[in-house]
Design a protein around this ligand. Structure first.
Ligand code: GLY
Ligand code: MN
Ligand code: MN
Length: 436
């Protein structure tokens, strides 16, 4: 299937679900970093999923009521003076050809076209995941059109998130998406191996970050899929630690949660390893609890199992392990019922992953936990975090552990996309033997 057909098939599926509704989507806005400099541009995921378009300044209308031009792409027009600074733009004809649009028009005409197409639609779908300005604007346009058509009949009754249709589509990955996710996973796994290989006490956390992020880009990724977390010692117990500026000490465990984006698709990997290449007894005890739970949850992830069942299994094993090593005291069931584990494990077992690292798609459907199906990709990421202020036995304080892999559900079970980076204690110690 050619690339254009992939996007066209997605738009066709969308059209089938929209009935007489129209999709009016805005590309992601550019974001100012400081004064007159911007963050690197990243297209809105829903917009990209339906169009393949990655340049800034765009909008699109997918209108089943317009039989001549069901797919209109609005783009920035050619402007030689600006293009000298930001790169050449395709003209409208070239845009039509490259993206399989029925027509490409100047973005300047987008707003007046919106008002026209809304009149023939019975519902308006739009992307609501970014840019408040777009959301206010489209509500106002809807109000204008509704006040006008009231006297003529017809017109849209409501505004709905395009996500109600597209996020369900995005939840099941096709072969092309899986290939991109595997590539993102591979280069991320290689980067984790590199970080373990270069790690010695005395380095700073940001030096491991730089080794990894450099590999992401060297291998053609667009960079990290989310802000890299490199936490040594007590920093590993801070879930979203991103300062990455501490010096790594002998005896620290280091938690790295970092992965690449490739072809717009994210990977998400966490590994935890000893700075000096050798787990201490306490580190090993905690690590083995997390690893056992992680492997068991991965083994259980297959079609027919619910998301909640995976979380329940994870909790049961983590809590049983915490009791066994003396981190928690009491009966496992009771500790779970009272959520006593929350001091040490305070997040969910995983999440969907795809174009967004925390990808779209419902976790609960009709009040029930989602049943896994082939083509879904989720992370499995149990952890135990015992911060230095905790009342836990002293030997466990200042240790944070998470182990995270990206799991593709297949017909027969699953495939671990991120299996390329070791997580067994013996494998990690062998890889880091240079430290001794
Ligand atoms: N890296 C973000 C997460 O693991 O969910
Ligand atoms: Mn994750
Ligand atoms: Mn992660």
């Amino acid at each position: 299937m050619t690339e254009n057909n992939i996007y066209k098939n997605r738009r066709d599926s969308l059209i089938k679900s929209m009935g007489k509704g129209v999709a009016i989507l805005k590309g992601a806005p550019t974001q100012t970093r400081t004064h007159d400099t911007e963050y690197p541009y990243r297209q809105d995921s829903d917009f990209f999923y339906l169009t393949g378009y990655t340049e800034p300044g765009a909008a699109c209308i997918i209108d089943p009521n317009n039989s001549d031009h069901p797919f209109t792409l609005f783009v920035l027009p050619q402007d030689p003076k600006k293009e000298v600074w930001t790169g050449w733009r395709l003209n409208f004809e070239e845009t039509v050809r490259k993206y399989g649009a029925d027509q490409a028009l100047d973005i300047a005409g987008y707003e007046s076209t919106v008002l026209t197409v809304m009149k023939t639609a019975d519902k308006v779908y739009t992307n609501l995941n970014h840019e408040q300005e777009h959301q206010y604007k489209i509500l106002d346009q809807l109000r204008q059109v509704r006040s006008e058509v009231q006297r003529n009949g017809g017109g849209p009754e409501g505004l709905e998130s395009i996500g109600s249709i597209v996020h369900e589509m995005r939840l099941i990955k096709d072969d092309a998406e899986i290939a991109l996710m595997q590539k993102a996973a591979d280069i991320s796994a290689e980067a984790h191996v590199k970080a373990m290989e270069v790690c010695v006490p005395g380095l700073h956390e940001y030096q491991l970050q730089s080794v990894m992020e450099s590999h992401f880009v060297f291998e053609g990724g667009s960079g990290p899929a989310y802000t890299s977390i490199v936490g040594s010692g007590d920093n590993a117990t801070v879930l979203h630690y991103v300062r990455n500026d501490a010096q790594i000490k002998d005896g620290d465990l280091i938690l790295i949660d970092a992965a690449a984006e490739f072809g717009m698709y994210a990977a998400d990997i966490t590994r935890t390893f000893p700075a000096n290449g050798k787990f201490s007894t306490a580190q090993r005890a905690l690590y083995e609890v997390v690893l056992k739970a992680q492997k068991a949850v991965i083994a259980a992830a297959k079609p027919g199992v619910t998301f909640q069942e995976l979380h329940d299994l994870d909790l049961k094993l983590l809590v049983a392990g915490m009791v066994e090593i003396g981190l928690l005291k009491g009966a496992v069931e009771e500790l779970i019922a009272k959520e006593s584990y929350q001091d040490y494990f305070m997040h969910k077992t995983g999440h969907w992953i795809g174009l967004d690292v925390h990808d779209m798609g419902k976790y609960i459907q009709a009040g029930k936990s989602r049943v896994l199906k082939p083509g879904m990709v989720l992370t499995v990421e149990p952890g135990i975090y015992v911060n230095s202020r905790s009342k836990a036995p002293k030997k466990y304080r200042g240790i944070g552990i998470r182990i995270e892999d990206d799991i593709l559900i297949t017909k027969s079970g699953n495939k671990n996309l991120t299996a390329g980076v070791p997580k067994e204690i013996s494998e990690i110690e062998a890889l880091m033997a240079h430290n001794k």
